[in-house]
Design a binder for this molecule. Structure first.
Ligand SMILES: NC(=O)c1ccc[n+]([C@@H]2O[C@H](COP(=O)([O-])OP(=O)(O)OC[C@H]3O[C@@H](n4cnc5c(N)ncnc54)[C@H](O)[C@@H]3O)[C@@H](O)[C@H]2O)c1
Length: 255
């Protein structure tokens, strides 16, 4: 109930940041790991790293916004490993842009990867899991999908949509042994955040986070692995904050 020995996991966005840390954590619990990413060099390196540590790991190049890539990713996984027990769908892109400055092209790109990509990946993996009668799906929302944050028109809308979609799939697949949950991280130090958060955003965040610091990818991976355990069979449809207390916070007096 508390081991992932013999389970196979796909980690989209597994080449970097939270996905990379989650692949390592899953392998540490005994899972076979398919690193799926659009970045071929970093993805191949991530899978090699897991293999060097003794895991059975593979890299599959996939653009999550491309239905053909997504179907091929799931098919290659089931062909190679015989089953698919876990999906960690973490591939995503970010952007900080005020509503009045957001172009139609930027809106379309964020929605295509973060929202349509989530639909395609969860539908393809979910089909295999429903057929098998077992599955653990963890998608990636964000605090930006739950609360208002300046500059998050497209990003926040995409992540709010991920949380809504996750709840619906959780209900539809509840009788098939497939749990579907989503994570809502706050500020986690990764490549995405280095691009997305300028100095002023960082200052504002540090003031508002009760723990007074950004999180690290391993702190999100631990929540993901918990939801992937066979023992986590009665948790479905939740949006789990991983944010140093940010979502629960109000006025913070620092002295
Ligand atoms: N870092 C944070 O503070 C934070 C907070 C909330 C939510 N998130 C979400 O967590 C997820 C992981 O983010 P991260 O911070 O680790 O970022 P990251 O940039 O370090 O990793 C994202 C990975 O996704 C891959 N990717 C991007 N577009 C892709 C596509 N079309 N197809 C396949 N792979 C693609 C990238 O190549 C990269 O390896 C994202 O969905 C992000 O929105 C991050």
């Amino acid at each position: 109930m508390f081991s992932l020995e013999g389970h196979t996991a796909i980690v989209t966005g597994g080449a970097s940041g939270i996905g990379l840390a989650t692949g390592r954590a899953l392998a540490g619990c005994g899972a076979n790991v398919v690193v799926a990413d659009i970045d071929e060099e970093a993805g191949a390196r991530a899978a090699e790293g897991l293999s060097a540590d003794g895991a059975d790991a593979r890299f599959v190049r996939a653009d999550v916004a491309d239905a053909n890539d997504v179907d091929a990713m799931v098919e290659a996984t089931v062909t190679r490993f015989g089953s698919l027990e876990i999906l960690m769908h973490f591939a995503g892109i970010g952007m900080e842009r005020h509503a009045l400055d957001t172009t139609r092209e930027e809106w379309d790109r964020i929605l295509a990867v973060n929202l349509t990509g989530t639909f395609l990946v969860m539908q393809a993996a979910g089909a295999a899991m429903v057929e098998a009668g077992y599955g653990r799906i963890v998608s990636m929302a964000s605090v930006a999908g739950e609360r208002g944050g300046t500059g998050r028109t497209a990003y926040g809308a995409s992540k709010g949509g991920v949380a809504a979609m996750t709840r619906v799939m959780a209900l539809e697949w509840a009788r098939h042994g497939v749990t579907v949950n989503t994570l809502a991280p706050g500020a986690i130090d990764t490549a995405l955040v280095k691009k997305m958060h300028d100095a002023e955003t960082r200052r504002a965040y540090l003031q508002a986070i009760p723990m007074g610091r950004y999180g690290v990818p391993e702190e999100v991976a631990s929540a993901a692995v918990c939801l992937a355990l066979p023992a986590s069979s009665y948790i479905t449809g939740i949006t789990l904050p991983v944010d140093g207390g940010f979502a629960s916070s109000g006025v913070i007096k620092r002295d």
